[in-house]
Design a protein around this ligand. Structure first.
Ligand code: CMX
Length: 464
């Protein structure tokens, strides 16, 4: 092993590369550099010692079931356990809420602290987190061509489509793509990927706020109500740019973004980012693909679908509904062949810990607790699992995070349900993009699984 560690160290250079290219420096990049050698050495060791070991016995059901359960992606940052929920470097959401730096005593943790933790596996200090907030704020402005591009889009175009278009367009200035064209060696890919990722995360609040104003408030590019505050944290800037100055909303947004940051490497948005990135598409193109996956109703669009569903239910049942009223409405939905949005999960087999954390947050706030729509969502969360269990199809009848996130955005005044997945997309950038940096650090190859025809499956599984 010492030889491997030394070899891996030689691949990590300070901010001036062997080829004389200067990369932007930051405390986070330096912190990342310190953990790279050990991880690269571990990868070499696993490849060397275990390449031919079996990881399990994959069945035809795994292939036909949307690759469910196939162990096929490398990502160290987070692991989703069916019964215990998400762990970030082995740390639960609740533990993260205690460990990571907050914006103020008693305030919520900062999503940029979660990004630092995901990327390095180390808890950042308050000062390191402040520095990262400042690095992000410094790059938060949008290039003119992106502003003009967004202004040219029809207001009727879904905000997620607009976000994916704008994120892809940022690849105009990708450092990775520029350096790749000049023959940058593989060992240096991660550094310009890191720089692009910081640029992208930095600009997401301004992008998402611009889309919000363009679509719903019809503001033009030069009449945005607020400017970027270079001394503010990432979520505070996002809230300010949206024009939402309520301190409780800012704190909620910090919590929301932190707990939505990552959910293992195989969910649609993370996997799409990883897959497209494996072709060495830059971070902007890769995350644009991730956002396009997040925009599907079985994934992130569920946040929008839930609120529409609940608002519709509220109109159709008595003002103070009994559990039976709610159960009847849920049964009618199921009997018409539709899913109950916000319930079920491809991996989890218990209530989503992100749902539980948001629920605890909401229950502790009298103004939210007193909100009629929140009360309805709370009541549904008690009734729906029983209905889904009797229905008998759903592997997990419990609420996922999307069942609650929308009603909280609604409570704070974001009434435009089609915007909810954009907030998710801003928050979700942290995990898949940290994963993409590590894909480049470890030099992971292009993804190319094997597809099989039904005939081939029959042939391969026939007993002679
Ligand atoms: N309502 C009704 N039926 C449901 C259901 C729900 N909430 N969840 C699962 N089912 C059904 C499935 O549609 C499937 O039916 P078919 O056999 O007819 O196809 C059956 O139960 C078995 O599905 P499963 O193994 O329990 O779930 P999957 O892994 O296939 O899918 C998910 C997981 C999330 C797509 C599914 O539970 C669902 O559609 N939920 C509603 C949408 C939602 O809330 N999505 C957000 C998930 C979290 C996120 O990514 O943001």
């Amino acid at each position: 092993m010492p030889g491997l560690v030394a070899a891996a160290f030689s691949l990590v250079r300070p901010c001036l590369s062997a080829h004389g290219r200067r990369y932007s420096s930051s405390a986070l990049k330096t912190a990342l550099q310190t953990v790279i050698p050990e991880k690269r050495a571990l990868l070499q060791q696993v490849k060397f010692e275990r390449a031919n070991a079996s990881l399990g016995d994959d069945k035809v059901a795994n292939l036909l079931g949307g690759m469910r359960g196939l162990q096929s992606i490398l990502w160290e940052g987070s692991v989703l356990d069916p019964n215990n929920g998400i762990r970030f470097h082995g740390t639960s959401i609740r533990q993260c809420l205690k460990l990571l730096p907050t914006a103020s005593p008693g305030g919520q943790i900062l999503p940029e602290a979660m990004f630092w933790f995901l990327l390095t596996g180390k808890v950042p200090t308050a000062e390191q987190t402040r520095q990262l907030s400042a690095d992000l704020a410094l790059q938060a402005d949008l290039p003119d061509y992106v502003t003009r591009l967004l202004d040219s889009l029809p207001r009727s175009l879904h905000p997620m489509t607009q976000l994916a278009i704008a994120v892809a367009a940022l690849n105009h200035d990708s450092k990775f793509s520029r350096l790749y064209a000049t023959g940058m060696p593989k060992s240096e890919y991660w550094e310009s990927t890191f720089d692009d990722v910081i640029t992208l995360i930095a600009k997401l609040p301004a992008l998402a706020a611009k889309i919000y104003h363009n679509i719903y408030n019809y503001a033009t590019s030069d009449s945005l109500p607020h400017v970027i505050d270079r001394s503010a944290d990432w979520a505070l800037n996002y809230a300010n740019l949206l024009g939402m100055h309520n301190a409780n909303f800012v704190d909620f947004l910090r919590l929301y973004c932190s707990i939505h940051a990552d959910h293992e490497g195989g969910n649609v948005s993370a996997h799409a980012t990883h897959l497209v990135g494996s072709a060495l598409s830059d971070s902007f193109l890769s995350y644009s693909a991730g956002l396009q996956g997040l925009a599907g109703p079985l994934h992130g669009l569920a946040a929008q679908e839930v609120l529409r569903f609940v608002l519709q239910m509220q109109k159709s049942i008595p003002q103070h509904p009994s559990n039976d009223d709610i159960a009847a409405y849920l049964w009618a939905t199921l009997n018409s062949g539709r899913v109950i949005p916000g319930y079920g999960h491809a991996v989890l087999r218990r209530p989503d810990p992100r749902f539980e954390v948001l629920m605890e947050y909401a229950l502790a706030k009298p103004d939210i607790f007193g909100d009629d729509l929140f009360q309805l969502v709370l009541q549904i969360s008690h009734v729906a699992p029983e209905v889904l269990i009797s229905h008998g199809k759903t592997a997990n009848p419990y609420p996922n995070v999307d069942s609650l996130s929308g009603v909280l955005l609604y409570h704070f005044g974001i009434r435009e349900t089609s915007y909810y997945t954009v907030v998710f997309g801003v928050a979700r950038s942290m995990g898949p993009l940290a994963q993409l940096i590590w894909d480049r650090v470890l030099g992971l190859p292009i993804e190319r699984p094997k597809s099989l025809s039904l005939q081939k499956i029959i042939e391969l599984t026939s007993i002679n």
